[in-house]
Design a protein around this ligand. Structure first.
Ligand SMILES: [Zn+2]
Length: 201
C-alpha cells in the first residue's frame, strides 16, 4: 500500500516533524544531491532546470530574501508504494503522473523538486522536497505533514484508487474514504482480483 512519511535524513523515516530539520545550507545541499544522484526521474516546479547545483542556489535565494531565520531549509516527505505487493500494477508512467500532480495539488506557491527512486524493487518511492518559503510572500509554509497527507490521499484515492495508509482506506463498498482503517477492507478488491477470489454473496 502507499505510505506517506516525513523523512529525517536521507532514507530515515521520522515521526516528529520538528526533528526533521535541515538547519544548515550544507544539509540542504546534501539532501538535494543525495536525491538527485539516485533519481530515475526528476520533476521540478517553480524552479529553473539549470542543474542540481542551481536548484540549491534557487532555494537559498528565497531563503536569503526572507532574512528572518528558518527552522528548516527543506520540507522532505516520502511517498512510497508497495510495488511488489498491492501496487504491483503501478508503473513508471503512473509514478511520473503522480509526481507531476503533487506540486499542483499541494505546493502551488512553493519551489518543489521531486526525485523518483526505483532502486528498491519492493518500494518505488518519490522524495518530495519543498522550499518552505513562499515564492510570492516569503512567508513560511503553514501546511503540515497531516494536511499535506490528507490532500494527497484525497486525489490519489479519487484518480488512482490508491489508499494511503493512515490517511485513507477502502470501505466495504470499495470506495476510498478518509480515515485510519487498517483492516481487511484496505485493499479488498485488489486482493480478490489478485488471487482470483469470487465475491461471496
Ligand atoms: Zn530514496
Amino acid at each position: 500500500m502507499a505510505v506517506f512519511t516525513i523523512a529525517k535524513n536521507v532514507e530515515d523515516v521520522c515521526i516528529h516533524e520538528k526533528e526533521c530539520c535541515y538547519t544548515h545550507e550544507k544539509d540542504l545541499r546534501n539532501l538535494l544531491f543525495y536525491g538527485y544522484n539516485r533519481s530515475k526521474k526528476t520533476v521540478w516546479s517553480n524552479l529553473y532546470n539549470l542543474g542540481i547545483e542551481s536548484i540549491y542556489y534557487q532555494f537559498l535565494y528565497l531563503q536569503k530574501r526572507r532574512v528572518k531565520p528558518l527552522t528548516t531549509r527543506a520540507l522532505h516527505y516520502i511517498l512510497s508504494f508497495d510495488t511488489q505487493g498491492y501496487e504491483w500494477d503501478i508503473g513508471y508512467k503512473k509514478l511520473v503522473d503522480i509526481m507531476e500532480m503533487i506540486p499542483v495539488q499541494c505546493f502551488r506557491e512553493y519551489q518543489c523538486i521531486e526525485f523518483l527512486h526505483m532502486d528498491k524493487s519492493t518500494h518505488f518511492h518519490i522524495h518530495i522536497i519543498v522550499n518552505p518559503v513562499n515564492i510570492h510572500t516569503l512567508h513560511v509554509c503553514r501546511e503540515t505533514f497531516i494536511t499535506t497527507g490528507n490532500t494527497i490521499a484525497d486525489w490519489l484515492g479519487t484518480m488512482y484508487e490508491i489508499p494511503i495508509q493512515g490517511f485513507a482506506y477502502r470501505n466495504s463498498y470499495g470506495h476510498i474514504v478518509r480515515g485510519r482503517e487498517t483492516g481487511s477492507f484496505l485493499y479488498m478488491d485488489k486482493f480478490m482480483k489478485k488471487y482470483n477470489i469470487k465475491q461471496i454473496v
